[in-house]
Ligand binder design. Structure first.
Ligand code: SF4
Ligand code: SF4
Length: 125
């Protein structure tokens, strides 16, 4: 078992998950995103210690245990596995900070925003 970030994170990347991960196993792309490597964060399946801390922190409800992935997002486990298979594409994700070094958090999405984002990626409530 491991945890998986799904495409519901795409373009959100507010990093709430990164803030709580105790082992820095959440990665960001080094270069430009593409269809096969979208602009989202990725969990390294071997480095993840399955603590579950990130799942409730994600305001977009984009994180699942691999065994609990919605059918429409089952393919996203393979996306996360790219961190192991093609490590040169990734770097450990870092929390954004302002000019004073304070952590920057994005505003939380509304319930409707979350529902609409899930629907975009084929996940019903
Ligand atoms: S908290 Fe959720 S939406 Fe934000 S970067 Fe992490 S997985 Fe993506
Ligand atoms: S389950 Fe724990 S170790 Fe794995 S990515 Fe989430 S916070 Fe990090």
């Amino acid at each position: 078992m491991t945890y998986v970030i799904t495409r519901m994170c795409t373009d959100c990347v507010d990093m709430g998950c990164v803030e709580v991960c105790p082992v820095e196993c959440i990665y960001a792309l080094k270069g430009e995103p593409s269809e096969s490597t979208p602009n989202m964060l990725y969990i390294h399946p071997t480095e993840c210690i399955n603590c579950g801390a990130c799942e409730p922190e994600c305001p977009w409800e984009a994180i699942y245990e691999d065994m609990e992935l919605p059918a429409a997002r089952a393919e996203d486990a393979a996306l996360n596995a790219l961190t192991e298979e093609r490590p040169s594409l990734f770097e450990v994700a870092a929390m954004p900070r302002d000019e004073h070094g304070r952590l920057v958090h994005k505003p939380a999405p509304s319930t409707d925003d979350v529902r609409a984002n899930k629907a975009t990626w084929g996940v019903a409530e």
